[in-house]
Design a protein around this ligand. Structure first.
Ligand SMILES: NC(=O)C1=CN([C@@H]2O[C@H](COP(=O)(O)OP(=O)(O)OC[C@H]3O[C@@H](n4cnc5c(N)ncnc54)[C@H](O)[C@@H]3O)[C@@H](O)[C@H]2O)C=CC1
Ligand SMILES: O=C(CO)[C@H](O)[C@H](O)COP(=O)(O)O
Length: 299
């Protein structure tokens, strides 16, 4: 299949590389010319604008957007609009709000797939987990690309109609916040508590057979190995928060109690309000680098 990829940062570049590896042809564009040139070096056909990318794709365009959520998605869709028709498919693989995605699906001339993407840049080799919303025919049409970008056929599925893919990814991120909070609290007590413990050894032991083993816990182990058991100069400041905020807003609207997600989100806000250093938040700060390559805030 021929795939156009717009947005070649940490995540988009992985979409390009995994698609190329699976034998697909890729036309690539990023506002940053260096990112486009790097994708070309890897084997993609470079485009010098959104219009150029659309021209190079011809009829039956399949286009994957991996730009920051919000204005960049709308700006790209506006540029694509005159080049699209009902036989084309656009995938938004970023962390867009599900409400934005349903609005875009309504106005986009092409079939529109909202695709929640999990795994982060750290999953370049293993592949992502993809949660897709939108028309069934478009999902089936893009399945060879989803097979390539995900861990394989089991790593993606159609969640339902427009918006559902990003809705599921929003809730996924709420769970991610709560899990980070839970591990953070446990390690904080172990760090402050009555024994002088090697937290890397604790995490390694837990990761081998314990009920609470997980990839996030492997990233805790990695963080202690690389930063030291006291997390060195990793600051008590946790950035991000948009997807967790949306999760809590949706829970309030649906009257579903989500105290853990709300607490984890509040901890992030607290970390940015000058409250004093908490080990749990320092670990959350470092874990965001582990899965997302988000910059670590340091003292
Ligand atoms: N980093 C992560 O762990 C994950 C990120 N995501 C989502 O994937 C999307 C991309 O994230 P990253 O790759 O991490 O960001 P990034 O900042 O590494 O890359 C974004 C790229 O988009 C380009 N760009 C921005 N506006 C553009 C436009 N109008 N036209 C063309 N290119 C444009 C930038 O030059 C940059 O190369 C975001 O929505 C993010 O929330 C989703 C899952 C995990
Ligand atoms: O979607 C992701 C992981 O699943 C991204 O890494 C996202 O940026 C995480 O959210 P936040 O930036 O609020 O920590």
């Amino acid at each position: 299949m021929q795939l156009g990829v717009i947005g070649l940062g940490r995540m988009g570049r992985i979409v390009v590389d995994r698609s190329l590896d699976a034998g697909h042809d890729v036309v690539a564009f990023d506002l940053d010319a260096e990112a486009t040139a790097a994708a070309a070096e890897a084997g993609a056909i470079p485009a010098d604008s959104v219009a150029d990318l659309a021209d190079r794709l011809g009829e039956g365009k399949r286009i994957w957007l991996m730009v920051p959520a919000g204005d960049a998605v709308d700006a790209t869709l506006e540029e694509l609009d005159p080049h699209l028709d009902g036989g084309d498919v656009v995938v938004d693989g970023g962390n867009s709000h599900f409400g934005d995605s349903t609005r875009r699906a309504d106005s986009c001339p092409a079939a529109y797939l909202d695709c929640g993407t999990s795994g982060g840049p750290a999953s370049a080799e293993a592949g992502f987990s993809l949660m897709v919303g939108g028309p069934e025919w478009a999902y089936e049409e893009l399945t060879p690309v989803f097979d390539a970008v995900a861990t394989g056929p089991a790593g993606h599925d159609r969640m339902g109609p427009a918006g559902s893919g990003h809705y599921v990814k929003m809730v996924h991120n709420g769970v991610e916040y709560a899990l980070m909070q839970a591990y953070g609290e446990g390690f904080e007590l172990l760090h402050e508590g009555r024994y002088d413990l090697d937290l890397e050894a604790v995490a390694r032991t837990w990761n081998n057979g314990a009920v609470i083993r997980s990839w996030l816990l492997e990233l805790c182990e990695e963080a202690f190995r690389e930063e030291g058991a006291d997390l060195g100069d990793v600051a008590d400041r946790v950035e991000g928060g948009s997807t967790g905020t949306w999760t809590v807003q949706e829970a309030l609207e649906q009257e579903v109690p989500l105290p853990l997600v709300y607490t984890a989100l509040s901890e992030r806000f607290g970390s940015r309000a000058g409250e004093d250093g908490r080990f749990s938040r320092r670990l959350a700060n470092r874990l965001r680098y582990g899965f997302g390559r988000h910059e670590v805030q340091r003292e």
